[in-house]
Ligand binder design. Structure first.
Ligand code: 5AD
Ligand code: SF4
Length: 469
């Protein structure tokens, strides 16, 4: 297809290089790994002379870093592209300038051709190729149609990204593992992120040290299957996640460690023991169970039964009695009966989750479950989700209410919305608000919890002088 905007891009790229620095606006959809990826895209572009801007109106390049996990998430991208087209037209009419538009992430990977057909975008780049963005921008300037790059070189990506830039937040994500070999029948991840890849120990420890030098106190290790991480250790020996957590515990300045997301089948004895033995590993675990029915779990290809999950929880709670649990649950998977759903409800009643994410099943193109005949009607899914969420919210509220009167250590992360307020996180990942000095940000302080709601805690800081470092 003839692309009318290529000559303008050429002109604009030259004039912006001469006139002022180039600006990039990145909008992130979806999971924490996308948040991490967006920061790394900014780092890669920073090395090529771009600075970040908080407003698309101000940008030379807009990147949508997209999510394909459910239909709604993917649809948002096309409506956002519609808005950007209007912005690009307005700019062209106002001053003849151009706006370059890139779609990155999992929608780019899964629906690259479709995006190229339906929208006028300049660059389509998959989650394993974004380190090549500067080169793709160059390539776009010299071509007519959009540049599409959706290869899977995960190792090359990590090796070629620049070191993470200084960012103000004391809590940071660090991707250690990407992709998935599990092929749950509802899930697009094995197709969009590719096969499992674990970064080597040396690279991860180096990145953690750099983060610590820049004031980071808490690191959350990320991976689609993070507890399956198996990376090359210093002497070529393969390490597993508990080894890595022990090594990261020894990094100066790092006071807290977390990891997400885990699969029940990769919850090894050693990883369970790490929850007992590593004081820096926070007492919070996100462990999706997806459905309380063994029949549905089998159809989902989850390869675990509910009994297995409960046994793992028993062992985890033996290792760390105050462990707070979070999970993912899908309702309305094809073939799910009322009885199957009741088993999911019973499971939640039995476990008591501190937090949970629950979703209506969303058929994803190319996944096995999408083609199954027994799709559950939308109104049944909605009714089940409403019942489930009422129970989960009640559990979350009760979990938070039980904190009132207790003393918790809080890592203060940012200023609150109100003047004189600071916001941080408890060990159990609850947001905590207090009136306090912004000088607290980056510090961990013991505080008394004075109030609780469904989503957060309120604390009283009694003695500003005694906060720990
Ligand atoms: N429909 C609904 N929820 C899904 N998830 C993944 N794929 C789908 C889908 N097709 C949920 C799972 C997973 C979480 C990240 O998203 O619960 O754990
Ligand atoms: Fe998707 Fe997680 Fe299953 Fe992998 S283990 S296919 S990422 S739901």
């Amino acid at each position: 297809m003839q692309d009318a905007c290529a000559p303008e891009i050429e002109k604009d790229a030259r004039s912006t290089a001469e006139a002022r620095e180039k600006r990039v606006f990145i909008k992130t959809f979806g999971c924490q790994m996308n948040v991490y990826d967006s920061e790394r895209m900014a780092d890669a572009l920073g090395a090529a002379g771009f600075v970040e801007t908080g407003a698309p109106e101000d940008a030379d390049l807009v990147i949508l870093n997209t999510c394909h996990i459910r239909e709604k998430a993917a649809e948002k991208v096309f409506s956002e592209l519609g808005r950007l087209r209007v912005l690009r037209e307005a700019r062209r009419q106002n001053d003849g300038g151009n706006l370059m538009i890139a779609v990155a992430g999992c929608v780019a990977q899964a629906e690259g051709e479709e995006i190229a057909r339906r929208a006028t975008v300049d660059i389509i780049v998959g989650p394993q190729s974004y380190h090549r963005l500067p080169e793709l921008i160059e390539r776009r300037v010299g071509t007519r149609g959009p540049v599409i790059e959706t290869e899977f070189p995960a190792a090359e990506k990590f090796a070629s990204l620049p070191a993470p830039k200084l960012r103000a937040a004391p809590s940071a994500f660090l991707t250690v593992q990407e992709g998935c070999d599990k092929f749950c029948t509802f899930c697009v991840v094995p197709y969009t992120r590719g096969a499992e890849y674990s970064r080597p120990v040396a690279q991860i420890v180096e990145e953690a040290k750099r983060l610590a030098e820049r004031g980071v106190r808490e690191i959350t290790l990320l991976g689609q299957n993070v507890n399956a991480w198996a990376g090359e250790g210093p002497s070529g020996k393969i390490w597993t996640l508990p080894d890595l957590l022990a090594a990261l515990s020894a990094v100066d300045g790092i006071a807290r460690l977390r990891f997400t997301t885990s699969h029940p089948n990769d919850m090894s004895d050693a990883l369970i023991a790490a929850h007992r033995d590593l004081p820096k590993l926070m007492p919070y675990l996100h462990l999706p169970f997806q459905s309380g029915s063994d029949r549905i779990l089998k159809a989902m290809n989850r390869k675990h039964r509910m009994d297995d999950y409960l046994r793992i929880l028993d062992r985890l709670r033996d290792a760390r009695p105050d462990l707070a649990l979070s999970t993912d649950i899908i309702v309305g998977f094809p073939g799910e009966t009322d009885a199957d759903f009741e088993e999911t409800m019973r499971m939640v009643e039995r476990v008591h989750f501190a937090q949970a994410y629950s979703f209506k099943y969303s058929p994803r193109p190319g996944t096995p479950a999408a083609d199954r005949a027994e799709q559950v009607p939308e109104d049944v899914k909605s009714e089940r989700l409403a019942r489930l969420q009422a129970l989960l919210f009640a559990q979350q509220t009760a979990f938070n209410a039980a904190m009132v009167g207790r003393t918790l250590s809080v890592l203060w992360e940012s200023r609150g919305r109100n003047e004189g307020q600071v916001v941080g996180r408890s060990p159990y990942l609850q947001p905590v608000y207090a009136d306090g000095d912004p000088a607290l940000i980056g510090h961990i302080a013991d505080v008394e919890i004075a109030g609780a709601s469904q989503n957060s805690l309120r604390a009283v800081i009694k003695n500003l002088d005694v906060y720990a470092t």
